[in-house]
Write a protein that binds this ligand. Structure first.
Ligand SMILES: C[S@@+](CC[C@H](N)C(=O)[O-])C[C@H]1O[C@@H](n2cnc3c(N)ncnc32)[C@H](O)[C@@H]1O
Length: 282
């Protein structure tokens, strides 16, 4: 079905409410009640891809056993993936000047020490690669140390883009000094694109993870970036997530959240350090 036909589909209130509840159930995402056009546009594409004729048919299909793979694709369609390299740059300054020096000292003095940084809700990877570039700026041979960035997202399609690490040249040009640095390499046959260089990519592992389900990590995490993710969750869901972060974070470790997010009256397991930076209370 073409885009123009699918965009003319009618979405009734009951179908919109069904889809909103579906996003909450499967991803913890709360879609605001005024977001009808966004849901209509994104879900119409899924309906078109499957060849259904109405929202009603599609919603009915979602409730069948055969819809397993479609659930994932619908959640992918409903997530908002906006991100940037060095977004909220003060977090990367803080990481470089305040957080990494003691962690690097710990690596140097204790051969069994590992450093783990988690980009939770990493979208297309720019956040995780910005962390890796920040690490390499202060520890150029980081790949020889036990230091790793785990980058996770619920959206399987955006994760595939993230692990490829290929971005439009225009986007990379916005990062100060990026083109002159060795952080990006040309992509053969694609002059408009650049790829994140291998030493940076090697520091990052991308994994599919729904933050509301079980987490595979067993060892403590030293730093969590969970920025511009909980903005889509309700307060009880945020509280549960931040308290789980507190459980998995090492003592005195750091949590970065988005500028419009806050732990005020959500979790008392962290001390606020300003600029959406929190330190875990021991
Ligand atoms: C707006 S992006 C933020 C990207 C990056 N952290 C930043 O600040 O630039 C939000 C990301 O959170 C992801 N997300 C939403 N709900 C999630 C969930 N339940 N589990 C894991 N990731 C989720 C979305 O797929 C999306 O890629």
């Amino acid at each position: 079905m073409s885009e123009s036909i699918s965009s003319s589909l009618v979405m009734h209130t009951t179908e919109f409410e069904f889809l909103r509840a579906f996003a909450t159930k499967h991803a913890g995402i709360h879609i605001a009640s005024h977001k009808t056009s966004m849901v209509h546009r994104r879900v119409s594409r899924r309906i078109g891809a499957l060849g259904f004729n109405s929202f009603a048919e599609y919603c009915e299909y979602l409730q069948t056993r055969e819809a397993r793979a479609e659930i994932e694709l619908l959640i992918n369609a409903l997530t908002t993936n906006k991100t940037d390299f060095f977004r909220e740059n003060h977090h990367f300054d803080h990481l470089r000047t305040k957080v990494l020096p003691p962690l690097i000292d710990a690596l140097r003095t204790n051969p069994s020490r590992r450093v783990r940084i988690w980009s939770a809700g990493c979208s297309s990877g720019q956040e995780a690669y910005s962390i890796a570039m920040t690490i390499l700026a202060v520890l150029p041979k980081a790949n020889q140390w036990n230091i790793k960035i785990l980058a996770t997202d619920i959206d399987t399609e955006i994760l595939a883009q993230a692990s490829a690490g290929i971005y439009p040249k225009e986007e990379v040009m916005n990062i100060a000094g990026a083109l002159e640095s060795n952080c990006f390499v040309p992509v053969s046959g694609k002059p408009d694109q650049l790829r994140v260089a291998k030493p940076i990519r090697e520091l990052v592992t991308f994994t599919h993870l729904n933050l509301h389900e079980n987490w595979p990590m067993t060892n403590p995490i030293d730093v969590i970036f969970c920025r511009n993710v909980v903005i889509y969750f309700d307060k009880p869901t945020q509280a549960k997530l931040f308290n789980r972060f507190a459980e998995i974070l090492a003592p005195d470790s750091t949590l970065y959240i988005g500028h419009s997010e806050s732990l005020f009256r959500v979790s008392d397991r962290f001390r606020f350090e300003g600029h959406s930076i929190y330190r875990k209370l021991s």
